[in-house]
Design a binder for this molecule. Structure first.
Ligand code: FPP
Length: 240
């Protein structure tokens, strides 16, 4: 028997392989409630767990979440410290929660500016989850798209390549996301419509999806909406 697919149902055979999330609006979410910004970030971290679980259940293979940019050090020290402690807790707890759900956790970004404790925990969580077979969650932590490209170019130079021999594949091999597919769908919350130095190379052909919802209010149903919209777009990758 042939059933016509309903337009409000996600086609599981046409999922975005890689979804990028710019999780914006934690501060505004807290302010609206008369709470400190830290409460917004905490709520944002809770939201993130639910969204990754949902993406994993649907069968999405990769998700990259923008947790802390190379520019976020400019925030007040209190806020930076809070974000770092939240990230630390997230990594520690992920060994119990997300890992049980078969999630592979990786950190992308420059590690040397992070505390030694954080660097050790990243290695531990990556090791702990690397045998999992579900969604790969890249946590972009002290990450900047420009920084990533500069590092890639530097590494290529150390390989002794002459300029004419450098290819796009060489650059890709040196990205933090080497070996992973490009981002198909980029979601940004809170009404802002910009990239903010996020995965500049990997989003070249991504479909962008924006919502006014603030990140802590972003629910699995919103993820479904974004994926449905994605599936209704015509992707041409420069062709016709
Ligand atoms: C942007 O909101 C959000 C961030 C800079 C941090 C994102 C962090 C989280 C979602 C929680 C922690 C993440 C993990 C992985 C534990 P904003 O503070 O710029 O909000 P605003 O624009 O409303 O001020």
């Amino acid at each position: 028997m042939f059933f016509k697919k309903k337009s409000h149902e996600i086609d599981l055979n046409n999922l975005p392989k890689h979804i990028g999330f710019i999780m914006d609006g934690n501060g505004r979410w807290a302010k609206k409630r008369g709470l400190p910004r830290s409460a917004g970030h905490r709520a944002g971290a809770e939201s993130l767990k639910k969204i990754i679980t949902e993406a994993n259940n649907l069968g999405v293979k990769y998700a990259t979440v923008y947790a802390f940019s190379t520019e976020n050090w400019k925030r007040p020290k209190d806020e930076v410290d809070y974000l770092m402690s939240l990230l630390m807790d997230y990594l520690v707890n992920a060994e119990k929660t997300l890992s049980r759900e078969n999630v592979v956790i990786r950190a992308i970004g420059s590690r040397k500016e992070l505390s030694e404790e954080m660097q050790r925990q990243i290695i531990k969580t990556e090791e702990f989850t690397k045998k999992n077979t579900g969604i790969v969650m890249n946590i972009a932590l002290n990450y900047g798209g420009r920084d990533e490209l500069v590092n890639a170019v530097r590494s290529i130079c150390t390989e002794g390549k002459v300029p004419d021999d450098i290819t796009a594949d060489d650059i890709e091999r040196h990205l933090y996301t080497a070996g992973q597919p490009d981002v198909d769908l980029l979601i940004r919350t809170s009404g802002e419509q910009r990239l903010s130095n996020f995965m500049l190379w990997q989003v070249s052909y991504a479909e962008m999806w924006f919502t006014d919802k603030l990140w802590p209010d972003f629910k699995p149903a919103d993820l479904h909406r974004a994926i449905l919209d994605y599936q209704n777009r015509g992707r041409r990758f420069g062709g016709i």
